[in-house]
Design a protein around this ligand. Structure first.
Ligand code: URA
Length: 207
């Protein structure tokens, strides 16, 4: 069984269980490396690193910004209010848990949830290594920071959201951050519109 054929719902760290292939060994080594990471100051204030939840053969991977308080406490990405919003969206898209993965640009919670660009640069190679092992067909970025990190040429998030960006490999479909949609009715409407576009794309073989 390869890491791509092994499917598992994420638990803390999301290691591939009992799977001795090179890909899964590389994933498990990466998880251990992230768990022990002290490359930026965020390690001093974290409770847990937050690595991944979802399938090890995902059609698409959602890329968030950084863990919040609930994620820091549990070690699992998107388990708080934003996570519930994201899970509702995944259901609306008609995607099974076995088809998606969820992770963040930053693996440690920034104090006061203030996004830390310098930490994001330091953390970036972990994201690249995760994606190289997961090999999704599509990335769905959540909010402006992950979009900028993955596709520096993208316009600001309010212009980019809801339209596929094909200059990247894999292609990127930007969405607003789910937390933003909880704060504003207009952004919630935009979220719904963009999800509709993504659903339409998926129906036509986008990923
Ligand atoms: N917001 C994020 O960007 N990521 C999480 O894991 C939780 C909230």
């Amino acid at each position: 069984m390869t890491a791509r054929s092994s499917r598992s719902r994420g638990v803390r760290g999301s290691q591939v269980p009992n799977d001795p292939t090179p890909a899964s060994a590389a994933w498990n080594a990466l998880v251990r490396e992230i768990e022990g990471c002290t490359k930026c100051p965020l390690h001093r204030t974290r409770t847990h690193t937050v690595v991944y939840r979802g399938s090890f053969a995902p059609r698409l991977v959602f890329v968030g910004e950084a863990p919040g308080a609930a994620e820091d406490r549990t070690g699992v990405p998107f388990v708080g209010r934003s996570g519930r919003r994201l899970d509702a969206a995944i259901e609306r898209l008609g995607l099974a848990a076995t088809e998606v993965g969820v992770l963040n640009l930053l693996k440690c919670r920034p104090p006061d949830n203030r996004f830390d660009r310098s930490a994001a640069r330091t953390c970036r190679p972990y994201l690249d290594r995760q994606l190289a092992l997961l090999r999704p067909r599509l990335l769905v970025t959540l909010g402006g920071n992950p979009l900028r990190a993955i596709d520096p040429g993208a316009p600001p998030i309010l212009r980019a959201a809801g339209a596929l960006r094909v200059g990247c490999d894999p292609p990127v479909f930007p969405l607003l951050h789910p937390a933003a949609t909880l704060r504003s009715r207009a952004w919630n409407e935009r979220w719904e519109r963009d999800l509709g576009r993504l659903a339409e794309g998926l129906r036509h073989g986008l990923a």
